[in-house]
Design a binder for this molecule. Structure first.
Ligand code: SF4
Length: 349
């Protein structure tokens, strides 16, 4: 594990400085703000947002997006302002128009419905979600009953469940494992949502293994690298912090899990959409605050929060890099083609 503490070193060599959003915050006497890294956007979110931005530039409006492209209200509002039209269902997209599927993926039923409607689809499903879909199809074809660990109402789970709805059951906690019933207990496989708590998922898998000793799982865990890395970073720092703040929207699964991880370790923790959600009470008596962001939360919201907290005395800002993260995903073919076809200098940054 790589840990870089006090990563902010002033050009003059002094520590305790952070340049953020163009201004320099200085503090060696004040209260401490620990800025966790990795935090914020993951590769799947960067890719999905790029898809919408480039589609708007290359094809022009209207561009419809089925569901929130990622679970963050700031991101969605920004793309809406640029011309994206967010809809709940492909039913709302006029025949023949262009629709983008969100990073959370869709079921085969949605794909088929879009095809029948003549919609021009650009698929921004995260490749790590697609991996889980492929596993679901494979296990179902091999005759397994599938147990999908996740949150029943989450867009990702709805999409994955749709790959093999007749043989898949969703469980969200170890209690629900007890009531599972399958035709052949020796032919059961499990998969998981990508954005779950590592610890809670371990408990559910343990309960499944007790009930179905021959259960099979994915070759590599389905919880994605970004979810895991952000949780590991929170675990690493939770005991040092009086308060741990997570920038992320209420419907962001991985952001909520970060709050839970901190609370499970006994650290006071809250989810904030922006610094405006910080309640004065939370800061009373706190000497050290840790700050992180869910995989769909943009860095500008973290920067604003750092600035706000500096005005409250948390001006000794230290960045803690718990591990490096350098994952990137390629763009979908429709977008690659659109970029190739664009006049020189007209591609999105
Ligand atoms: S959180 Fe993980 S699965 Fe979800 S978009 Fe990001 S990388 Fe993909």
């Amino acid at each position: 594990m790589v840990l870089i503490r006090a990563g902010f070193v002033h050009p003059a060599g002094r520590r305790g400085y952070l340049t953020i959003g163009g201004s320099v915050l200085q503090g060696t006497q004040g209260k401490t703000l620990l800025l966790l890294k990795p935090r914020g956007f993951c590769a799947g979110v960067v890719r999905a947002i790029d898809v919408v931005r480039i589609a708007l530039e290359a094809f022009g409006p209207p561009i419809y997006v089925r569901k929130e492209i990622v679970h963050n209200s700031f991101v969605v509002d920004e793309l809406r302002a640029k011309g994206a039209i967010f809809v709940d269902s492909e039913d709302e997209v006029p025949n023949g128009e262009r629709v983008i599927y969100s990073a959370h993926g869709v079921s085969p039923e949605v794909r088929e419905h879009s095809r029948r409607r003549g919609l021009r689809v650009v698929d921004a499903t995260c490749p790590l979600v697609t991996k889980v879909h492929v596993e679901a199809v494979k296990f179902a074809k091999e005759g397994y009953s599938l147990i999908l660990i996740g949150h029943r109402d989450h867009d990702e789970v709805i999409g994955t469940l749709g790959e093999a709805p007749l043989v898949t059951q969703v469980v969200g906690n170890p209690e629900q494992v007890k009531s599972l019933s399958v035709p052949d207990p020796d032919r059961v496989a499990y998969l998981t949502q990508t954005t779950l708590s590592l610890d809670e998922t371990k408990d559910i898998i343990a309960a499944l293994k007790l009930k179905f000793p021959n259960i099979k799982g994915p070759a590599a865990q389905d919880i994605c690298y970004a979810t895991e890395n952000r949780q590991v970073a929170v675990k690493h720092v939770a005991s040092e912090a009086d308060l741990l703040l997570v920038v992320g929207s209420e419907n962001s699964s991985n952001s909520n899990r970060l709050v839970e991880v901190a609370r499970n370790l006994g650290t006071n923790s809250h989810l904030i959409d922006s610094y405006k959600d910080i309640e004065p009470d939370w800061l009373v008596g706190a000497k050290t605050i840790a700050l992180t962001a869910g995989a769909s939360a943009p860095e500008c919201l973290v920067e604003e929060t750092v600035k706000f907290l500096s005005t409250k005395g948390f001006d000794n800002v230290q960045e803690l890099e718990v591990m490096p993260e350098n994952v990137r995903f390629g763009l979908p073919p429709e977008i690659v083609e659109a970029i190739a076809a664009a006049p020189a200098g007209a591609t999105a940054d």
